[in-house]
Design a protein. Structure first.
Length: 595
């Protein structure tokens, strides 16, 4: 098939990829429904995809990855800059030439007998000055179909690019799905991404974490904007005014759920509404009026399936009812639909678990005997979301009133607190820590430092990244959003979550907005401004009283001293590029805590 563009830079690079990987065919993805339909049909024939019940789930398909390939592989993810210190020490680093010399033999001829798909895609609304174009080559139809949901693909992306050479070159090959030779490599200085031997989401949908966070964070550093691991939501008050909030939580810590929350009755009946702009990534620029504006570079949701249900997140569930790709969930054979832990109480009797094996086969059982993999996912088009914001395609983005950080902390972090100012807020982000989840390979439930939820996604030196945050604050001045920290995951002595979470998180967001508008008082403490417990509205909640909130807001100074030590260790590890200002913030916090 002929190419779709006359852009010589794109044509030359695609030719280079063809020469390297020697596919039998090259197919350019134009974004047309006809072409996508043909690819789906082909994948049904090979078994790469299973067509689900088209009456109940129109346009929906099921995919199983290899058993060894179910999550991001942080240990095999590299940032390759000329100078080691520009990427290390938080990132894995290797010199670009050395990495290329290692990977080129793996790519050589790896698409023999296969087809190479060329996917031009745009991150961000078509026509937005803040959007950026990438081209991914891949040998996976699954990747093509996912990219079609997650980004704006085809002719429109090439039109956005025009004759420019400013596009991110992404080369993906499944190769042998060999975990010993799996590499996810970013070359930020070359706008290039090399991914090999995986077929799982974040490792292979190169527009997502690889481009929209790792490469884009570096671009933002150079160009004066920010690429963050943040949801974007709008809260509409009864007068119709909408305030926008962005929030950074680590992987599988609640971004999709917060982005789509259903307001509790107490707010709904007054006329409050919540709108979703994005659930994972925000690109933020300073607008003409001096405020911070956010766009969502994505066009769909790659969401965690387990725990998603009619009560916890109906908007996400409804988003998956058509045109969705399910990955590593269980296959309910009774009616050819899907199931996962936490969907409902009707565990299917006749089912295949996530690897595709029959349940009674008992040949392989996922962690804890689960039918769906804990990191099983849905890829759903954003347009399906009942609460999608009318500003979703706004080329200028939405103005940000508040920035929220948060993580999974069983004890240390209170339900919510506010930073004293931007610089202290940057400290709070840099001091984030969270229990690890199934979104990445490795142990689950271990507390690790995860600054701004960007530990796995920052495409350059973490100290420089902190410095960039401080710089942005200086530019924003008194127009800077206020910065908060939240924790939905405090547990009681039995290990149960104390805070109801999900839709009820709106109660905390309302306090946050109240603070931004100067409508509610707070208590100045060593760690920041804490709410008066009675200012978190708990009316209508069954098990939560103001006393519970008081408990959730309590700060254990010994735990905090311990935590502050961890922050100091992180700073020492990052080294001299940690801004002096943050070391001062750390020292003053220690001071305040010891008083
Ligand atoms: P990524 O897509 O990996 O970036 O994850 P995410 O941050 O979007 O997390 P998501 O909203 O998918 O939630 C992950 C898990 O946390 C799910 O199992 C949710 O059920 C659970 N979760 C989300 N919000 C809350 C909450 O407020 N309280 C509790 N207890 N659990 C929550
Ligand atoms: C995450 O792990 O933060 C995700 C899923 O959003 S992935 O695309 O795999 O990175
Ligand atoms: Mn994520």
């Amino acid at each position: 098939m002929s190419s779709l563009t006359s852009n010589q830079h794109v044509l030359d690079w695609v030719k280079e990829m063809e020469t390297l990987m020697t596919p039998d065919n090259v197919i350019w993805i134009d974004g047309s429904e006809g072409q996508l339909r043909a690819l789906r049909e082909e994948a049904f024939k090979t078994g790469e995809l299973t067509e689900l019940n088209q009456d109940k789930l129109p346009g929906c398909v099921l995919h199983h990855t290899a058993k060894n390939d179910v999550a991001r592989v942080e240990g095999r993810t590299f940032i390759c800059t000329t100078k080691k210190e520009d990427a290390a020490p938080i990132n894995n680093w290797m010199a670009p030439d050395e990495m290329k010399a290692k990977l080129i033999p793996m790519y050589t001829g790896c698409m023999r007998g296969r087809t190479m798909y060329v996917i031009p895609y745009c991150m961000g609304p078509i026509g937005s000055p803040f959007s950026k174009v990438g081209v991914e080559v891949t040998d996976s139809i699954y990747v093509v179909l996912n990219m079609d949901i997650m980004t704006r693909v085809g002719v429109k992306a090439l039109r956005q690019l025009g004759d420019s050479n400013d596009f991110v070159r992404g080369q993906h090959a499944k190769a042998d799905i060999d975990e010993e030779n799996r590499y996810i490599v970013q070359f930020p200085e070359d706008n290039a991404i090399w991914s090999i031997n995986s077929g799982y989401g974040g490792n292979v949908l190169l527009g997502k974490k690889c481009f929209a966070l790792r490469i884009a964070s570096y671009q933002g550093y150079k160009e004066g904007w920010m690429a963050e691991h943040m949801l974007i939501l709008g809260i509409e008050d009864p007068t119709g005014h909408i305030d926008y909030v962005t929030a950074a939580f680590p992987s599988a810590c609640g971004k999709t759920n917060l982005a789509m929350l259903i307001p509790p009755e107490i707010y709904a009946k007054k006329g409050y509404k919540v709108w979703t702009v994005g659930d994972d990534i925000a690109w933020m620029h300073i607008g003409e009026d001096g405020r911070l504006y956010a766009i969502n570079p994505e066009n769909g949701f790659f969401g965690v399936a387990p725990g998603t249900n009619e009560k916890s997140n109906p908007n996400a569930l409804h988003s998956t009812m058509k045109g969705t790709i399910f990955t590593n969930v269980a296959h309910n054979l009774t009616d050819n639909t899907v199931w996962w832990e936490g969907l409902d109480k009707n565990i299917p009797e006749d089912a295949q678990e996530w690897t595709g094996l029959a349940v009674d086969g008992k040949e392989y059982v996922a962690d804890g005997g689960k039918l769906a993999h804990p990191n099983s996912r849905f890829t759903a088009p954003a347009v399906n979301c009942p609460c999608l914001s009318s500003e979703f395609n706004n080329p200028q983005g939405v103005p940000v009133t508040a920035i929220v950080f948060g993580g999974r902390r069983a004890k240390t972090a209170p339900l919510v607190y506010e930073s004293f100012d931007w610089a202290h807020g940057v400290y709070v982000g840099s001091a984030m820590a969270s229990e690890t989840t199934a979104a990445a390979t490795g142990a689950v439930g271990v507390v690790r430092r995860d600054p701004m939820a960007m530990r796995p996604f920052c495409g350059y030196n973490m100290g420089d990244y902190f410095g960039h945050w401080l710089e942005m604050g200086k530019k924003l001045g008194d127009k800077a959003p206020k910065i908060f920290n939240v924790n939905w995951f405090r547990t009681d002595d039995q290990g149960h979550f104390i805070w109801p979470g999900f839709g009820d998180n709106m109660r905390v967001l309302m306090w946050i907005l109240g603070r931004c508008k100067g409508e509610v008082e707070a208590v100045e403490t060593a760690i920041g401004y804490l709410p008066n417990a009675e200012d978190i509205d708990v009316s209508g909640l069954e098990d939560v009283t103001t006393a519970t909130v008081k408990d959730l807001l309590s700060v254990d100074k010994d735990l905090w001293m311990e935590d502050v030590k961890g922050v100091g260790e992180l700073y020492d590890q990052i080294g001299e590029r940690v801004p002096a200002k943050l070391r001062e913030e750390l020292a003053s916090l220690k001071d305040r805590l010891s008083k």
